[in-house]
Write a protein that binds this ligand. Sequence first.
Ligand SMILES: [Zn+2]
Length: 105
Amino acid sequence: MTRKAHGAICHCGAAVITGDDNDRAALAATVDPRHLTRGGELLAVIDGRTIYELSSGRLYRRDRWMLRGPCRHPVLAEHRCQERIPDTWRLPPTPPTPPRQETAW
Ligand SMILES: [Zn+2]
């Protein structure tokens, strides 16, 4: 069983998510916390980055078979110090959800 992914600060000062990258023979993975678009995922692969999906609080490396289709979980790219992921690869940040308003009736 993999260790749960958790937020951390990289030695370069960037906010990252770290965790094991698989259930067996896992390696430590460090990823950028912003979710990628499908196009951003493919561009990250072309850039040579390892891609992960975040499922049930755990990171799973997306292999070439998994890359053939879109993922229903958040997709994250490997963090590289001083090599920022372009904003065009990332999903826009989710706006905060407004509080629910109670109806009077
Ligand atoms: Zn770093």
